[in-house]
Design a protein around this ligand. Structure first.
Ligand code: GLA
Length: 711
């Protein structure tokens, strides 16, 4: 059955995913209108939901503020526009005139609907794109705008898509907020009437908000309930406006740029928005997350099928004090623990002895690496590990040869100060020469030093965002910067197909579907305190899979929080994602090294479940009871549970953990103790994890299905 059909009676387009339907039509005025998004519908059922166009009920209403596929600023519309156009004569308008449609089914199990329109007066084309696939409920949408005239057009707002919810009795918004070292704090809040804006004005995705939403009627939980979720594949400034109207409807619109920025379109120029992806599930927040995770692994990441290596990163151990001998000493210890990828962090290049100098001068520091990085890289390879380095290509310290040679390469506004953050300025990646320079040295670095892995960092937000000398530069830079960043990453990956890349922006400041399409994993947070990480990882996991969630075991007391928790607790938290180690191994005792080696080996036994399995969140990581994350093999053959009690209170109730995702009627064996459990008991009555009393207790339970014959 085709994934996209059109009703001959009503003209309703019906998009079909494995468990959901999405329907829209072009109404009597020519505007693309929403019909339905939710459980599966037949074409006839979708037709029945197509309400005829209704004139405004009185002279104070216009077109409904929720219910169009891309509400414009034009005619009698008063909601937040997804598309706001200003023409050369200063008028702001858009009138939908249908100009054709097509369905592209040339890719197996994937279909794309394109609806084409133009303005009735000015030669401006707008095409709405919808992509659906046979293996995911995620619908991808984007918009292409083209100026066919001979005068400039300004897109004051050019969102990727607007999403409409069915009328519900109430609305609740789930989203994350944060800050440096405290990313992805999950909120589930009643949606206020009016407009709620989630945004980044910082030039990056940001620590402060992340471009995704989940909406429900206030009754969904991890396991049950209808959830509508969206995510934007964009790594620069962005804005999502969620709206709750006086007449009880809700919807949202989202896209690139914050308020006040515009996308100029010169004659003949085209702008393609990033993808906005959306999904519906009736399985609660847990199912929404699992659907996102599967989508990211299958359709966003390029190498998700690979097993991610256990990595070591030197940052918390050596800071800027990096040289060949000390790195080698750490590498030898890391190899003994079973580490598979050794990453030298900041401090290996130029005059980089602190964060005050050297950024931009990407040659190994001669006093610390007299023969370059190659001797260390070779030694790491001889130890059986892959070799990675930290880079921050978008930045420059004013105290650097690069800045002395190219002071005009940074974002700046003539006559105004160049505000430094962390003593650095932002290189204007929107400039082709800057992007080409970065691609040049990165490819040479990777080739000459046999680099297998880059940690690509971005350690400050934009400021004095100007591009002098470029027409419309101050507006164009917001999108072109991101396009060039993507371009450098794409070119680099094409030139070095074996290279793997970690996205980092002072931790989780640039994690989104756009950057994940060009990288392989993400540094989740500079906060490596295992207890804080439980909450950060819970927020991260709402949309992004454990397959990309990089997590290190570091020293205690923690550098940031001064909290000391047991080594096994730190490991168990990091084992819920991509395990890494970031402590100063030269100071670990033989007992600690032995315990760590055992835990690394344990991780290797279960990481296929963490990295490729289905994730279930159990309990509240902020509570004082036991919380857990479970990863189950999709075929029901195995599961691993990582359980934590972060805030012990004497006398708190011992509530068994009800596991999820296990086929009923079969039995599972605990691979460590040999204990056999009925799946039905585990899921319906729960597992008493039996965490020891005392502070910060944790456990890893690996369950394997008992073959039928031995039952
Ligand atoms: C950022 C990263 C850290 C580390 C430092 C190095 O803060 O998030 O992990 O790489 O930069 O300066």
């Amino acid at each position: 059955m085709p994934l996209i059909t059109r009703s001959p009676d009503t003209g309703v387009w019906l998009l079909t995913t494995p468990r959901t339907s999405y329907a829209l039509r072009i109404d009597e005025t020519g505007a693309p209108c929403h019909v339905a998004w939710g459980p599966r519908l037949t074409p006839g059922e979708a037709d029945a939901l197509a309400a005829p166009f209704a004139e405004p009920s009185n002279s104070f209403e216009g077109r409904p503020a929720v219910g169009e596929e891309l509400p414009v600023d034009g005619g009698t519309r008063y909601g937040p526009p997804s598309l706001q156009v200003r023409y050369a004569d200063g008028s702001r308008a858009f009138e939908w005139e249908p100009a054709g449609h097509r369905v592209d089914d040339s890719v197996p199990a994937c279909e794309e609907l394109v609806l084409e329109f133009r303005d009735r007066v000015v030669p401006l084309s707008v095409a709405l794109h919808y992509r659906v696939r046979a293996d995911t409920d995620v619908i991808e949408r984007w918009t292409v705008l083209r100026n066919d005239g001979d005068e400039r057009v300004d897109l004051l707002r050019a969102d990727s898509a607007a999403w409409t919810l069915p009328p519900l009795a109430d609305y609740r918004l789930s989203h994350v907020t944060g800050q440096w070292s405290a990313e992805t704090r999950l909120h589930r809040e009643r949606l206020p009437h009016g407009e709620t804006v989630l945004t980044s004005r910082r030039g990056i995705t940001s620590h402060h908000a992340n471009p995704w939403t989940m909406l429900d009627d206030g009754t969904a939980d991890e396991d049950r309930g209808r959830v509508w979720s969206t995510a934007l594949a964009w790594s620069g400034s962005w804005r999502i406006t969620v709206q709750r109207t006086p007449d009880g409807r809700a919807g949202l619109t989202g896209g690139v740029g914050h308020e006040g920025t515009r996308v100029p379109l010169a004659p003949g120029e085209e702008f393609t928005t990033p993808v906005a992806a959306g999904l519906f599930t009736d399985g609660g927040f847990g199912a929404a997350s699992r659907a996102w995770h599967a989508y990211v692994r299958t359709h966003v990441l390029r190498h998700a099928d690979e097993t991610a290596p256990v990595l070591y990163n030197s940052w918390e151990a050596t800071g800027f004090d990096v040289d060949e001998a000390s790195q080698l000493a750490l590498a030898e210890r890391a190899a003994r623990l079973g580490v598979e990828l050794y990453v030298v962090d900041d401090g290996w290049f130029g005059a980089r002895r602190s964060d005050r100098a050297g950024l931009g001068d990407w040659t190994p520091a001669p006093d610390r690496f007299p023969d370059g990085l190659r001797p260390l890289s070779d030694a790491v390879h001889r130890l059986g590990m892959r070799f990675g380095v930290w880079v921050e290509p978008e930045m420059v310290n004013p105290d650097s040869d690069l800045y002395r040679a190219h002071p005009d390469w940074v974002l700046h506004l003539p006559g105004r100060p160049r505000s430094e953050l962390r003593n650095q300025l932002v290189l204007n990646f929107a400039r082709q020469d800057v992007a080409d320079w970065a691609f040049g040295w990165l490819t040479r670095l990777v080739a000459e030093h046999r680099v297998d892995f880059l940690k690509w960092d971005m350690n400050r937000v934009f400021g004095e965002s100007g591009w002098p000398g470029q027409e419309d530069g101050n507006d164009r830079l917001w999108t072109r910067y991101v396009h060039h960043l993507y371009g450098v990453l794409d070119r680099l990956r094409a030139a070095r197909p074996e290279l793997r890349i970690e996205t980092c922006s002072g931790g989780g400041g640039r994690v989104d579907l756009g950057i994940l399409a060009r990288t392989d994993q993400a540094w989740t947070s500079d906060n490596t305190d295992a207890v804080d990480r439980l909450g950060i990882q819970q927020g991260f996991s709402q949309v992004y899979p454990a397959r990309v969630m990089s997590a290190w075991v570091t020293d205690v007391p923690n550098q940031l929080t001064r909290l000391s928790v047991p080594l096994s607790f730190r490991f168990h938290v990091a084992m819920a994602g991509l395990l890494g180690i970031g402590g100063d191994l030269t100071r670990w005792s033989e007992e600690e090294l032995a315990e760590a080696a055992g835990l690394v080996a344990r991780y290797k036994e279960i990481r296929h479940l963490v990295q490729h399995g289905d994730q279930y969140r159990i309990g509240d990581p902020y509570g004082d009871g036991t919380s857990a994350v479970q990863y189950a093999a999709p075929d029901g053959s195995e599961a691993v549970v990582l359980a934590f009690r972060a805030g012990p209170r004497h006398g708190s109730p011992r509530v068994p953990l009800r596991l999820r995702g296990l086929p009923p009627g079969v039995r599972f064996r605990d691979t460590a103790t040999g204990a056999v459990h009925h799946a039905t008991v585990l899921t319906e009555y729960g597992l008493d994890v039996g965490l020891p009393s005392g502070d910060w207790a944790s456990a890893l339970i690996h369950l394997e299905r008992v073959p039928e014959t031995t039952r």
